[in-house]
Write a protein that binds this ligand. Structure first.
Ligand code: NOJ
Ligand code: CA
Length: 584
């Protein structure tokens, strides 16, 4: 009898606690349509740097195949493969010579099929990188196009006559110099927003669009689960080709992105191709603002599903400089991206192959705090609202590379912009110092698998880009062996997130947006609220919580295995401490 009473009492108390959070539940926005691609954690692989299988120092598809079990044990849902297509590698595959062939160094189409099947067998999806703003200048379309003005492929690219001995206008390339290059027998110039070897495709041409749809179908019919779309906001070119003014020249992406026919092109692509497959699409939406980005991902518009915005990831970035930034600044950018209306679904990521290592930018990569702050970033990443993107190596806390000279870099962007940056007043030393903070090559050094030769990335004696000298300590092997490692912390968080509708779909509310050290937010689901408290600093912080969080249970933290309940409203947080609490 007593026992029954206790149960009734427990039920009453429990309901009491739930009522405490209903206040929050009432603020939940319109119903969000559930979709599988909203629930995924995507792991990005940069194939050149992931795992080399044949000792030539270049990562390849058989190398990835040998690590499928590793990916499976981490618990990710989708792999995004950076370009694997035939390419002369002016920009590591973001310059495609043949869209239907695999890069020779990476393997064969059969290898690709084996990878796809191997992932699918373990329930992991595969999305590939669709680079359709430009091709390689070695693509047969461009070779034809360049050969004469009357060639049927001429109009697949954008050709203009020069102005006297100058290019058609003053548009700059993102990779340095003019965006125009003279070529072919007629002396005309072709447009290239990126390197000279990456001529921009002319989306005004209907036949070109059809060719692109066809190559998309080629990969979709093989069974790939979608595309990451490279610089998709750039495909429709402003048609006036007017010179930019000085302001425009500082940020050419605002002139280049969101051209007049972008929506029309995306809608048509969706109608002709994407709508016929159950796949996910995520566009790289560089060069826009919130309003513009939300238009391409608004589900009512039938364009693409998701977009990467770069405001939060690039906080403090001014072209080639990484300036200081504050936590409130960062949190406001995250809020703008995450707290979008119910017709859009956000993405969340902290790094990729174009950005520095996440622990070096957002955490503290010193020996004292590298592990703790990497785990904190794991918690930030995996408790945010949006489809999540994790970059290879971040799950073991890989750091920036200590570059000491220019010949250690590979990146076309760094080399192409050298003259411009020196001319603008930087010295080689100051440019190198800036690059040590923000260069793209930090994220591209070989994955560190073990403490053996070349971090276990290759059996050979060279690698295409230097291995970070910290590999004896920072590597997968060490992470797998230590149950308190960053890797195992990621696993646990991935496990908490998987299938957890409250955490995935819950509303996002920053509860201390102006706090200079603590990032604290709730994810308010239909029947549970999560509370995330992150001390993003190396000092201890006292942090006060609202009474409504009383009774919340700590389910995971990055310092020890403790699980406790919030009993009073003042938390004392250790440096880089991260806690995830759950309502009853
Ligand atoms: C964005 C890609 O992420 C980057 O790596 C590449 O250099 C440019 N697009 C050009 O394709
Ligand atoms: Ca290889």
């Amino acid at each position: 009898m007593k026992f029954k009473l206790l149960i009734i009492l427990a039920i009453i108390l429990n309901t009491g606690c739930k009522q405490d959070t209903t206040k929050d539940i009432e603020t939940t926005k319109n119903e969000i349509k559930k979709e599988w691609w909203k629930e995924q954690v995507v792991y990005q692989i940069y194939p050149r740097s992931f795992k080399d299988s044949n000792g030539d120092g270049i990562g390849d598809i058989p190398g990835i195949i040998s690590k499928i079990d590793y990916l499976d044990s981490l618990g990710i849902d989708v792999v995004w493969l950076s370009p694997h297509f035939d390419s002369p590698n002016a920009d590591n595959g973001y310059d495609i010579r043949d869209y239907r062939k695999v890069m020779e160094e990476f393997g064969t189409l059969e290898d690709f099929d084996t990878l796809l099947n191997g992932l699918h067998d373990r329930g992991i999806k595969l999305i590939i990188d669709l680079v359709i703003n430009h091709s390689s200048d070695e693509h047969k379309w461009f070779q034809e196009s360049m050969s004469s003005k009357d060639n049927p492929y001429r109009d697949y690219y954008i050709w203009k006559p020069g102005k006297g001995t100058n290019p058609p206008n003053n548009w700059p390339s993102f990779f340095g110099g003019s965006a125009w290059e003279q070529a072919g027998p007629d002396g005309e110039y072709y447009l290239h927003y990126f390197a000279k070897k990456q001529p921009d495709l002319n989306w005004e041409n209907q036949q070109l669009r059809e060719e692109i749809y066809d190559l998309m179908r080629f990969w979709l019919d093989k069974g790939v689960d979608g595309f990451r779309m490279d610089v998709i906001a750039l495909i429709s070119k402003p048609q006036n080709f007017d010179d930019m003014d000085n302001e425009g020249l500082k940020h050419p992406e605002y002139t280049y992105a969101y051209g007049p026919r972008l929506h029309e092109f995306l809608k048509d692509m969706n109608k002709e191709v994407l709508s016929k497959y159950d796949v996910m699409t995520v566009g790289e939406a560089y060069g826009g603002n919130a309003e513009k980005t939300l238009e391409i991902t608004d589900e009512r518009n039938n364009e693409i599903d998701l977009a990467f915005w770069f405001d939060a990831v690039r906080v403090g970035r001014d072209n080639f400089k990484q300036n200081e930034w504050t936590l409130p600044e960062f949190k406001k950018l995250v809020k703008a991206q995450s707290d979008v209306n119910s017709h859009n679904w956000p993405t969340f990521f902290l790094g990729n192959h174009d950005n520095p290592r996440v622990v070096s930018k957002f955490g503290d990569d010193s020996p004292e705090f590298r592990v703790t702050s990497s785990k904190l970033l794991a918690m930030l990443l995996l408790t945010q609202r949006g489809t999540t993107f994790l970059y290879q190596g971040d799950e073991i806390g890989m750091t920036n590379y200590p570059f000491t000279s220019f010949d250690q870099f590979d990146d076309v962007e760094i080399k192409g912009n050298y003259n411009k940056i020196i001319a603008s007043g930087s010295t080689p030393e100051s440019y190198l110092a800036d690059l040590n903070k923000m260069a793209r090559d930090h994220a591209r050094t070989p994955m560190q698998w073990s403490n053996t030769n070349k971090a276990g990335f290759t059996s050979g004696d060279k690698t295409w880009l230097g291995v970070n000298p910290n590999y004896p300590e920072i590597n997968v092997k060490n992470n797998l062996q230590d149950k308190h490692s960053i890797f195992h912390f990621y696993r646990r968080l991935l496990n908490i997130r998987k299938g957890n509708d409250n955490l995935i779909y819950g509303d996002y509310k920053d509860i201390a947006i102006d706090h200079p050290q603590v990032f604290a937010y709730t994810r308010i689901g239909k029947n549970k609220t999560y509370l995330v408290v992150l001390n993003m600093s190396k000092s201890m912080v006292d942090f006060s919580l609202d009474n409504k969080f009383k009774g919340y249970n700590l389910i995971i933290n990055n310092l020890n295995d403790d699980t406790t309940t919030i009993e009073h409203n003042k938390l004392t947080l250790q440096p880089w401490e991260a806690r995830l609490y759950e309502s009853n």
